[in-house]
Design a protein around this ligand. Structure first.
Ligand code: AMP
Length: 298
């Protein structure tokens, strides 16, 4: 069983072409929907009293939501960000933690023996507390972002020391280690007994470091880019979803997981919020996977 823990948010996203307000977002949302294309997925998170019922219904139709809590006292986590014409650079306008800063996450008994746990970007203390509730996961992966690296760096490091794999985007990895060389960052992420590290480079693809080898993979070249929000989470969800579907860890499986991460990331950016992720079928994923393989063979 795969359980995804993270933020469930209302996002306002501004691009020069369009603005979406208070749409369904959050790291657990993107990553669990993406993972659910590979295996049944459970989501753990907390929303507030302002969370629309239609979003709850949507999540319920795609995921196991027994681990989703609703606070009657607080508002949902809110994230407001903008992109300029360079859609690879995001500016955060507002982060309102609301319910995620004051609530202790719990998991239903049915999730305790989850074999795969993905701690998506979230308060590292929350994520560490939830991690303690699982009996003995086979594989734990985590993600984080600049907000937590700047506000709770020590806790981010502590969390990283409890996981088997880390996925980070390029600028965050560089910020975390105060290091400009991406290969050095990957090595550092892979230290302390961790099995693998993945660095996401957006439109420049991704880099896997496993068993002392680097495996770079270019991004899937989609020509439609509407909203890059959630691309990293969709990558992470697909990566974990694929690994739990395969049930093994070796370089071939990890490289394939990375390909699926790139594919789901490419779908995510083709529409606003989760719209595209929700619409695509396993056939769409299969076709894109075939095309991706074809363009990468030489
Ligand atoms: P990304 O894959 O990096 O584009 O992640 C985008 C998602 O991260 C958005 O849907 C936000 O709601 C969520 N998010 C933004 N800031 C934070 C934060 N500090 N903690 C947890 N989630 C966040």
């Amino acid at each position: 069983m795969l359980t995804v823990v993270g933020s469930i948010a209302l996002d306002t996203t501004r691009t020069p072409f369009h603005t979406v307000e208070r749409t369904l977002g959050g790291t657990a949302t993107f990553s669990s929907i993406s993972a659910s294309k590979y295996v049944p997925t459970s989501i753990v998170g907390i929303v507030g009293h302002d969370f629309p019922t239609s979003y709850l219904e949507l999540l319920k139709n795609l995921l196991d939501i027994r681990g989703l809590r609703i606070s009657e006292q607080e508002k949902t986590f809110y994230f407001d960000s903008s992109f300029g014409y360079d859609l690879s650079k995001r500016t955060t306008n507002k982060t309102e933690l609301n319910v995620i800063s004051n609530y202790q996450l719990t998991i239903p008994d049915e999730y305790i023996d989850s074999e795969y746990v993905y701690l998506a970007n979230n308060d590292p203390v929350q994520n560490m507390n939830v991690l303690d509730l699982f009996s003995k996961p086979k594989l734990i992966m985590c993600d984080t972002m600049d907000f937590w690296i700047m506000n709770k760096r020590d806790e981010v490091i502590k969390l990283m020391n409890k996981v088997d794999g880390i996925i980070l985007n390029e600028s965050e990895a560089k910020l975390l280690f105060k290091e400009s060389n991406i290969f050095k960052c990957a090595r550092l992420l892979n230290s302390n007994g961790r099995v693998f590290a993945v660095i996401n480079k957006g439109e420049n693809g991704s880099l896997l470091f496993y068993d002392n080898e680097f495996y770079p993979l270019p991004a899937y070249p989609t020509e439609i880019i509407k909203d890059p929000t959630g691309a990293g989470d969709s990558f992470g969800g697909a990566f974990m979803g694929y690994l739990s579907q395969q049930g093994k860890i070796d370089s071939r499986t990890l490289k394939n997981a990375m390909a699926h991460g790139n594919i789901m990331g490419s779908f995510a950016i083709e529409d606003y919020g989760i719209d595209k992720l929700v619409k695509i079928s396993s056939d769409d994923i299969k076709k894109r996977h075939e095309k991706y393989k074809e363009i990468l063979s030489f």
